[in-house]
Design a protein around this ligand. Structure first.
Ligand SMILES: NC(=O)c1ccc[n+]([C@@H]2O[C@H](COP(=O)([O-])OP(=O)(O)OC[C@H]3O[C@@H](n4cnc5c(N)ncnc54)[C@H](O)[C@@H]3O)[C@@H](O)[C@H]2O)c1
Length: 431
């Protein structure tokens, strides 16, 4: 057990983040000991694109902060050039690299203790299920699903992870970021009174597009240009804005009861997504949060969260005005919350109290999906219908192609540059 993993440190962070509950007995597991007696953490990576290049380094850095040495057992990606590039950068031998839509199975067969996942989000429920079945602790990038069924599956898998004493941390970051943790603690101590409402934003640009090449299959094209197809990404309200919606759920302590929103497509060039949304999220008890997100180049950028309370206001992890309150000192190991979330995962596992963020990230993802369904359909979408009522059409909604179709070769290309029209063809009244 490494000296730097202290009980006090773990307790303090966990209680503030409300990430783990109960009594914490120290029972570090002895695994990962190499023949040289070093404390080694073996891990595998699934999805070796842009974000994984950061997650991999962050995992290595997080382990180093805990006095542990991280060792890569496998790199898996749909495409060989992606694993090759990552292998080159991190010095991973070719025999540990796997490619294809089934490559994750090979990664999970290695003796990795942890698995990092940064594929397009439509694969997350399938890959998480396989990882837990293989007994791995998981770091998974946000968002974690693209349809209501996927969100419910992640919640169920979270329950299974608890049973199996496996850790799950999601890449939503802010719940591991010092300034957000401090503001959360201040809110809990009454600094701003009761939250009455607010607004959350991710207004920016389209991150990237991939032009289709003639030799690509439909599956290849979807897996490469995934960020522009809602069946792969959930749409950008899910893929990107989930960060801010997660803060709303966290600060308010509950998900919304309904979403009523609108959106459209002004300038997107590929795929089938909208490029702007504005959603009224009703959190019950008279509390409304406006969720606004846009991916249009040349428009005003704003990313963040604002909440108005009965006695003050708070801007995400930034300025807070209201009562002076006393909160416990919050220590972090890293100023980079993308590293800290991994420190928290590894520490929680190595102290025998694995964090499990499955439900919270599934719920934040579900809020975003609720907003998308409302904007696409023009209808109000209720949380209870989406998450609890098997009789509801919304409960039953699933995307096609499904994650499994990529493995079985049954991908049917969704229509490109055709977007949902709210109102379901209801005729316009004429005079
Ligand atoms: N936490 C953050 O701040 C943050 C930032 C960026 C991206 N992300 C998230 O990380 C994930 C990946 O995003 P990215 O920007 O790295 O995208 P990317 O396209 O650069 O990387 C995705 C990789 O997954 C591979 N892939 C696709 N399908 C696969 C499959 N079935 N099995 C194995 N590999 C597969 C692709 O070939 C690609 O290399 C997304 O969920 C995204 O939302 C999080």
């Amino acid at each position: 057990m490494n000296e730097s993993i202290t009980r006090r440190h773990f307790l303090q962070r966990s209680s503030i983040a409300a990430a783990a509950a109960g009594a914490y007995a120290m029972s570090p597991r002895a695994f990962g000991q190499s023949s040289e007696g070093e404390d080694v953490v073996r891990f595998a990576a699934i999805g070796c694109g842009g974000r994984m290049s950061r997650d991999l380094q962050n995992f290595i850095d997080a382990c180093a902060l805990l006095g542990l040495r991280a060792e890569i057992t496998a790199l898996a990606d749909a495409f060989p050039e992606r694993t090759a590039k990552m292998a080159d950068r991190f010095g991973v031998p070719a025999e540990r690299c796997f490619f294809g839509f089934d490559a994750y199975h090979k990664a999970l067969e290695t003796d990795a203790e942890f698995v990092l996942m940064a594929t397009p989000p439509n694969f997350r429920p399938l890959h998480l299920e396989a990882a837990l079945a293989a007994g791995k602790h998981v770091f998974m990038e946000k968002p974690v699903a693209i349809d209501p069924a996927g969100c419910r599956k992640i919640i169920e898998l979270g329950r299974i992870a608890t049973e199996k004493q496996l850790g799950i941390v999601a890449g939503t970051q802010r719940r591991h970021q010092q300034d957000y943790l401090e503001n959360f603690a201040r809110i809990r101590e009454g600094a701003v009174g009761e939250i009455l409402g607010g607004a959350v934003y991710w207004n920016g640009t389209v991150p990237w597009i991939y032009e289709r090449r003639p030799d690509w299959t439909d599956a290849d094209y979807l897996a490469r240009n995934w960020i522009n197809f809602w069946e792969m990404s959930g749409d950008h309200i899910v893929e990107q804005h989930v960060h801010n919606l997660d803060v709303a759920n966290w600060f308010l302590g509950r998900p919304p009861v309904s979403a009523l929103g609108m959106g459209g497509r002004a300038r997107r060039e590929t795929g089938n997504q909208f490029d702007f949304f504005s959603i009224d999220l009703d959190y019950g008890e008279g509390v409304h949060i406006n969720s606004q997100c846009r991916q249009i180049s040349g428009t005003y950028k704003r990313v963040g969260e604002f909440f108005r309370g009965t006695e003050g206001e708070v801007h995400g992890g930034g300025r807070i005005e209201g009562h002076d309150v006393t909160i416990p000192e919050i220590e972090v190991d890293s100023d980079d919350s993308s590293v800290q979330e991994l420190v928290d995962l590894v520490r929680s596992v190595r102290t025998g109290h694995p964090l499990n963020e499955a439900r919270q990230v599934a719920e934040s993802t579900a809020v975003a999906i609720m907003g998308r369904i409302s904007a696409y359909s023009g209808q109000i979408v209720r949380w209870s219908d989406m998450m609890e009522n098997p009789e509801s059409e919304i409960y039953a909604m699933t995307a096609s192609p499904a994650a499994e179709d990529f493995e079985t070769g049954n991908v049917v290309m969704p229509s490109e540059n055709v977007i949902p029209i709210p109102g379901d063809g209801e005729p316009i009244r004429r005079r």
